[in-house]
Design a binder for this molecule. Structure first.
Ligand code: SF4
Length: 556
């Protein structure tokens, strides 16, 4: 009978990044544990990135993780001392035999260090302990959507592991355990999200819908995720200025900088520093806007799932109490996906006098001065707006459904109210001409006083998005085999040695040619120059802070 579940987060390059691993606890593990504990199971969590940092000796030690043949042969049963040592060392702090089943999250950044680690660890656990392993995580979804490129890997893992889940895992794992415990009369192949082989073909059931769950990090050592901020009460008296500085560090600065500064401060501790936990939380899933470039335009993700405001606020209150923090990063596609929800949520926060500071993504649509004020009064510090481009032609093409002049009003209101406003920008979209890009440059330049930071994204084709499914509507043809699995690993290994922890760009599996227009190489060259131009428009303040902390780090 399965009752005790151990969940492991497979390690990734970031675990040994000199910029620091992460400053927030893993939401995926928290959600799994929150849901399954509610269902009556005993759950414990392990983030193997902490173990990775302890076992790291040199880069070559992990070279096998980027070698396709070694990984596939090992999964097919070949003994490999390096792989066994890697697994033994990583699992030192986990008493595997205490669990009836092990769940391994393969992560979400499409890192092959993480995916291969997950598969090799699963293999090791099954061989050595004869305990069933369930594999999941967004990286499984990515393998699935790029299945032409990763067919060999997919088939190999499906021959070895019977329980692989694509999409949200919490409900499916509970059902799978019920089936295995003989309490649900169903074939595992009928369960949502199951990935399996039949007659040599890879099958993937439609994903289960996500549910809004209060995360529970149960036994996970939270000190691994502390940020170092300044203690506003260091001199025995509350200093509002210091707290304002902290809010800038946690919310104004881009994530990478908040985390990096914290990492340097940990290396150079000072008595006025204190530890602070920032918690992640999600209260809505999927997105009603279905922009053509986004994975949320997938047919399977049509239904928007939004929590009940009073229950979400109960969760937040519970988390504040349990983890002694008032800082939250919400990871919704848009905090205001539902105007009704965000109003109710903010009113509950205000009525219950909950002291919370939070940031989230947002859409310009449905934001009024009054609604933004309500959000500010409920603790909103920063909103990251999906803006993408100021070319009306491209907005219409990718069905972004934003009103640019309303966007300008929203940015100004945010400034007036003291809400930090970031923008998400995309360049490299099909049919993006110089004049389209110039419209973006002009918009950003005009609104620069109101824009804090831009996340600059290079467009890539997501196969399950509208553009991926109907390329002809966007006047492009897809090129699916520009890069092979082996080449991706080669590139990832190079990235690993040069800049551990930075994005590997593995999502860029497909390219496109414009029909009667640019070929994919011309698109790539142009996009590179656009990214450079956008970077020149960034607020210089963050580069300056980073520079100061680089010097401090060198002195430590
Ligand atoms: S880009 Fe943003 S607004 Fe558009 S579908 Fe995706 S999540 Fe929704």
């Amino acid at each position: 009978m399965i009752q005790r579940i151990g969940f492991l987060l497979a390690p990734c390059e970031k675990g040994i990044s000199p910029h620091g691993y992460t400053n927030i606890p893993p939401l995926s593990l928290g959600i799994l544990s929150g849901y399954l504990k509610n269902e009556g199971y005993d759950v414990e969590l392990y983030d193997l990135n902490s173990a990775l940092a302890k076992i790291y000796r040199n880069d070559e030690q992990f070279a096998f993780l980027y070698d396709k043949d070694t990984v596939l042969k090992c999964l097919k049963g070949e003994e490999n001392d390096k792989v066994n040592l890697f697994a033994e060392e990583l699992l030192q702090g986990v008493s595997i035999k205490d669990y009836d089943v092990i769940g391994i999250s393969c992560g979400a950044d499409f890192s092959f260090f993480q995916l291969h680690s997950a598969f090799l660890l699963a293999n090791y656990i099954e061989q050595k302990y004869k305990i069933p392993v369930i594999l999941g995580g967004n990286n499984i979804t990515y393998l699935g959507i790029f299945k032409d490129t990763f067919n060999e890997l997919l088939k190999t893992i499906l021959e070895v592991f019977p329980y692989i889940i694509k999409g949200p895992g919490e409900v499916v794992i509970a059902e799978l355990i019920q089936v295995l415990n003989g309490k649900m009369q169903k074939s595992i192949y009928e369960l949502d999200g199951m990935v399996y082989l039949k007659d040599g073909q890879v099958y993937m059931n439609p994903e289960h819908e996500p549910v809004v769950v209060c995360p529970d990090w149960c036994n996970l050592p939270m000190e691994n995720y502390y940020s170092k901020i300044k203690n506003p009460s260091y001199n025995g008296k509350w200093n509002e200025k210091v707290e304002e500085e902290n809010l800038l560090q946690v919310f104004k600065w881009p994530f990478f900088l908040t985390q990096y500064v914290s990492t340097v401060r940990k290396k150079r501790p000072r008595p006025e520093y204190m530890d602070k936990l920032i918690l992640p939380y999600i209260f809505n899933f999927h997105c009603p806007f279905a922009c053509a470039f986004c994975s949320e335009s997938d047919e399977d993700r049509k239904r928007v799932i939004i929590g009940e405001a009073h229950k979400v606020v109960d969760d937040i209150e519970g988390l504040i109490e349990k983890y002694k923090t008032s800082y939250f990063y919400f990871f919704n596609n848009a905090a205001n996906a539902s105007g009704k929800f965000i109003d109710e949520f903010c009113n509950h926060i205000i009525d219950r006098r909950i002291d919370i500071k939070w940031s989230d993504c947002a859409r310009f649509n449905n934001l009024t001065f009054e609604r933004l004020k309500l959000m500010r009064d409920a603790g909103c510090q920063k909103l990251v707006f999906g803006f993408e481009t100021a070319s009306q032609k491209l907005i219409d093409l990718v069905e972004k459904k934003i009103d640019l002049s309303h966007g300008e009003r929203v940015l100004k209101w945010c400034k007036e109210l003291g809400i930090i406003a970031d923008l998400e920008v995309i360049t490299g979209l099909p049919q993006e001409k110089d004049e389209d890009f110039q419209e973006t440059v002009q918009y950003v330049t005009k609104n620069k006083p109101y824009i804090n930071y831009m996340t600059i994204n290079e467009f890539f084709v997501v196969p399950n998005s509208k553009i991926g499914r109907y390329p002809e509507r966007y006047n492009i043809e897809l090129i699916r085999n520009v890069i092979s699995y082996s080449k991706i690993l080669e590139r990832s290994w190079k990235y690993f040695k040069e800049m551990k922890g930075k994005q590997t760009g593995n999502f860029k599996v497909y390219k496109y040619n414009e029909i009667g227009g640019r070929n994919y190489k011309e698109v790539a060259d142009k996009t590179k120059s656009y990214i450079k131009a956008l970077n020149n428009l960034q607020n210089k303040e963050f580069a300056e802070v980073e520079y100061v902390y680089r010097i401090l780090e060198q002195k430590s």
